[in-house]
Design a protein around this ligand. Structure first.
Ligand code: ADP
Ligand code: MG
Ligand code: MG
Length: 930
């Protein structure tokens, strides 16, 4: 029986097979095979790891024999021997799964040393300090990873020795100190494990391999996979990479560092990174000393720098992607120890996408696909000027993107008070609670010292689109005395700070910010995206300003123009109220005729802005009471008026009361009587009578209009049919405006959309008005106005009657907010406030269906609707205009079921355009819809 191959040398491993070799291992193989200077080594497969767990944490049979063979091979290549007391072969034992999980699993360096070979190494290199530095690192890492001794025990010894020698940096410790440390480390291992550090290198290796496998199921790694939704299909088990050691700690001609082939913050096409001389492994990342920027290496070691430049070009040409790599310099010689795709922010991704296409390295399709659409969100906010190079005061989690400066306040109440006075404030708390919400409204940004990306502060800030840094643990915040400490620095209320929620940083004082801008590179990229996309992106826009934004962001039309917003403006609301309070058709017409010119102007300016593109206007939708004050507000005002008249009565009685009270008040009475005379004059004027009456009437009307379930009540087309004058006025305003701008030469396609329709009869009813007004206006102006008539689909019955509705409707637009409510029978507010969080927590529902389109239920209804609708009308145009429409997953789904366009808020248009291209380009790799 031939046993499974668990071990592949870097020369033979298949660099494309990350599932088997892990990302790090696969890339080490590839780099070796394209001739990059990788120290010799081999990979133990993830399959061995799975087998390890299968056999209750025992290494699979035959594995160690295969490892022995591979080690013998390494010995041949390096001319050293594993365990040789004079010239020992040392290796690192490194983890690495198919998905990168930075810092989640463990690595051991310098494996193969023991009390004898450390002396051999010292002699051989003529560098005792180096040998014991390597040894102490092995003891600590092996102790920690292989034997589970906590780091702090080692750190304590190490720091004590530094103190004793009066040195600040690890590299200043001499050989004697390091020797003492090694001795202490071995003692700690003995104390903490009861066993002893294994001198035998093969034993070290076995334990190390087991430990790396075990770290796959360590708490840190398991939590990480859960947090980032890494499923077994994505990564199943870790590989182990055994790699010949190269030494960055051999003196001042040696060092270690990390590099990016381009700047991951700006995308600039230049080598970027940091390095430390005389250091090994994680020193750069761990921050034991402050590393130097890589550009300084050019002066320090020009030859090595040139090699790094070469490395960068080779890596990019081969991987056709920006790389993040690790390197070590051993006595002036460069080695590459790892490479992977560089993580970049949105700006860098966009810039490099363009550059890589221009350099001929990738295609337009690849340039589009390497940017996750949701990342463009970063571009929608203000941010710290990328050229600013100040050092942050502290850093935490980038909980909500954007940047803002302001004065520190420590309580929500203070935030509100100062905010009202026009101050720009930053709410700083240890953590926030629901009762701080008023502070969020008043603040420019939020900063907390505790809590993660899903903490209250983070979630609420994101919901409001305010920058937030959470979990900034370096801050010591005491809100009771109003102080915040960072190291030695003390900050108080009123001190200015800047929050960078995109990067997760806090700066002292005001830092230069830049507005969100559309860089040229993004525009190019989005143009490419439009070429590949099938589904088009429209915008929801109710006002001329929003229409301008929509155009600027590249929307191909307005998919939803809500007319109710137009009535909510201060000078129109009173007329709207008159309309609602009108008792007769006559009175209603009077109010409506006052509203018409406003609507006309609104439509004209929107139509002009959208010249050449379709504009979908939705007729009035919300229930009328939304335009009136609430009965609580009215009752409050009526009570105020009541107490006014009561007070007057009380004052008029005052002189009598004073007389009863006796002589002591007598001298004041004349003055009071004079005052009472004045007050009587006020009463006779009855200043409150009119108002009181009208408020009482209004209250009555509000009570009449009040509904048990307003969202399921008298609204949409139901309202239009009850008060035909309103829809007629709106239709007239649209037609007249269209006719007028057509005469100006504007190319226009108004589309009239009826909300809340559930039967063809409703559509017929509105359509009749549309036809009449259309004819009338065309005749009056002597121009042709091309228009379309259609319906929203937001009622389940409308889905079921799609075939009939399409007889009249030239287009459908899914209003997925209402359709989701109707499909689930959830009222959104109640659901989100009461039980949706619980449902998510218990995984009864994966997502909030009001944010993420519910493909399985609502989506299914959409599919049926489209199919039936197009059976009646082949060229039925289908759009979606709910809040979910701007999300990449919804766009993908809409692409698959044949929706023609999605309509989202203007700032989301770029995200949607990119997502539309992704949907088209990735179509082949998706599971077919069933
Ligand atoms: P991580 O995945 O946490 O980066 P690595 O396995 O890449 O862990 O290793 C940790 C550190 O040790 C890195 O800086 C790496 O470059 C360094 N390192 C790993 N193997 C060797 C080796 N054979 N020689 C020198 N340095 C090494
Ligand atoms: Mg690494
Ligand atoms: Mg609706």
């Amino acid at each position: 029986m031939s046993e499974e191959t668990y071990v592949y040398s870097f020369e033979e491993g298949d660099g494309k097979n990350k599932q088997l070799l892990g990302g790090k291992g696969a890339n080490l193989c590839e780099m070796t095979q394209i001739g990059l200077p990788v120290p010799p080594g081999f990979v133990i497969t993830t399959s061995a790891c799975r087998e390890f767990y299968h056999q209750k944490k025992k290494l699979p049979d035959g594995l160690m024999e295969q490892v022995d063979k591979a080690m013998a091979d390494l010995e041949k290549k390096t001319g050293k021997r594993f365990g040789d007391p004079e010239n020992p072969l040392l290796v690192s034992v490194r983890s690495g799964a198919a998905m990168s999980m930075p810092g989640m699993m463990d690595t051991i360096l310098n494996l193969g040393l023991n009390d004898q070979s450390v002396q051999g190494l010292a002699k051989l290199t003529n560098n005792e300090r180096f040998a014991y530095d390597a040894y102490r690192r092995l003891l600590q890492l092996f102790g920690k990873v292989g034997l589970r001794v906590e780091d702090e025990h080692f750190d304590r010894v190490f720091d004590a020795e530094k103190d004793r020698m009066g040195v600040a940096q690890d590299s200043d410790l001499d050989a004697e100190s390091l020797k003492r440390i090694c001795k202490e480390f071995k003692k700690i291992i003995k104390e903490k494990t009861g066993g002893k550090f294994p001198d035998e290198p093969r034993e070290q290796l076995r334990i190390a391999v087991e430990a790396v496998f075990a770290s796959w199921m360590g708490k840190r790694a398991v939590d990480y996979r859960r947090q980032f939704h890494i499923t077994p299909e994505m990564a199943n088990g870790t590989a182990v990479n055994i790699c010949t050691m190269v030494f960055g700690n051999m003196g001042e001609d040696s060092g270690t560092g990390v590099g990016f082939t381009r700047n991951p913050g700006t995308g600039e096409n230049r080598l970027y990174g940091e390095y430390l001389m005389n250091a090994q492994g994680e020193d750069v990342v761990a921050g034991v000393r402050t590393p130097q920027p890589l550009k300084e290496l050019r002066a320090h070691m020009p030859e090595v720098y040139r090699e790094l430049e070469e490395l960068r070009h080779t890596l990019e040409t081969y991987y056709r992607e920006v790389q993040d790599f690790e390197f070590t310099i051993e006595k002036g010689k460069l080695y590459c120890l790892q490479t992977r795709t560089g993580k970049m922010n949105a700006w860098a991704l966009i810039r490099t996408s363009n550059d890589l296409v221009n350099e001929g390295l990738i295609s337009e399709e690849e340039a589009i696909l390497r940017i996750p659409p949701a990342m463009l969100e970063q571009l929608l906010h203000r941010r710290v000027n990328p050229n600013y190079d100040g050092v942050p005061l502290a850093s935490g989690l980038a909980a909500s993107p954007g940047a803002a400066s302001g004065k520190i306040v420590f309580t929500a109440d203070r935030a509100e008070r100062l905010g009202r006075m026009g101050e720009r404030v930053i709410l700083v708390r240890e953590e926030t609670k629901p009762e701080d919400i008023h502070g969020f409204f008043a603040a420019q940004a939020i900063l907390t010292s505790r809590g993660g990306r899903t903490s209250h502060a983070a979630v609420v800030a994101r919901g409001m689109g305010k920058p937030c840094v959470s979990g900034c643990e370096e801050l010591l915040i005491d809100s009771t005395i109003g102080e915040m400490r960072v190291g030695d620095l003390l900050l108080r209320e009123g001190d200015i700070i800047t929050i960078d929620g995109t990067g997760g940083h806090v700066y002292q004082g005001e830092v230069p910010l830049v507005d969100p801008e559309f860089v040229e590179d993004l525009l190019t990229l989005l143009e490419w995206a439009d070429e590949y996309a099938r589904i088009r992106v429209w915008a929801n826009a109710d006002t001329p300003e929003a229409a301008l934004k929509a155009r600027e962001y590249g929307a191909r039309g307005i998919g939803l123009c809500r007319t109710e917003r137009m009535f909510n403006q201060p000078e129109r609301l009173p007329i709207m109220r008159e309309l609602i309070l009108a008792e007769t058709t006559e009175e209603r017409r009077k109010a409506i005729n006052q509203l018409l010119p406003f609507q006309l102007e609104d439509f004209k300016s929107i139509f002009r802005i959208m010249d050449g593109l379709p504009v979908t206007v939705r007729l009035l939708d919300p229930p009328l009471h939304e335009f009136l004050p609430t009965s609580e507000e009215l009752l409050f005002e009526i009570n105020q008026l009541k107490s006014f008249s009561n007070s007057i009565g009380a004052i008029e009685n005052l002189p009598y009361t004073m007389r009863i009270l006796g002589k002591s008040l007598e001298e004041y009475i004349p003055a009071v009587e004079t005052a009472v005379g004045e007050i009587e004059k006020i009463r006779l004027k009855k200043p409150d009578a009119e108002l009181w009456k009208s408020k009482e009437e209004l209250l009555q009307r509000v009570k009449n209009l009040s509904e048990v379930n307003p969202m399921l009540g008298h609204r949409g087309v139901r309202l239009g049919i009850s008060y035909p004058e309103i829809y007629e006025m709106q239709i007239r305003a649209i037609m007249e405006a269209a006719a007028e701008v057509v005469k100006e030469g504007v190319k226009l396609q108004p589309e009239i959309m009826v909300p809340q329709v559930c039967t063809l009869q409703e559509l017929l009813w509105v359509h009749k008005i549309v036809r009449e007004v259309h004819d009338e206006v065309q005749a009056k102006h002597g121009v042709d106005v091309h228009m379309k008539f259609g319906t929203m689909i937001e009622v389940v019955r409308a889905c079921m009657r799609a075939g009939r509705l399409a007889e009249l409707a030239e287009f459908f637009s899914f209003g997925t907010n209402d359709l989701t409510q109707a499909t689930f029978s959830f009222s959104r507010e109640d659901a989100e406030n009461k039980f949706l969080p619980l449902y998510k927590e218990n995984e009864i529902l994966q997502d909030n269906p009001f944010e993420i389109l519910d493909v399985k239920g609502v989506g299914r209804l959409m599919m049926i609707t489209i199919e039936w609708g197009r059976r009646t009308r082949k060229d039925l145009v289908v759009g979606i205009c709910g809040e979910q429409a701007g999300h990449p997953a919804a766009i993908e789904f809409c692409h698959d079921i044949g929706v023609d366009h999605v309509s989202c808020s203007p700032p989301r248009v770029p995200i949607a355009r990119l997502a539309a291209a992704h949907a088209a380009l990735k179509q082949g790799s998706r599971m077919p819809m069933v």
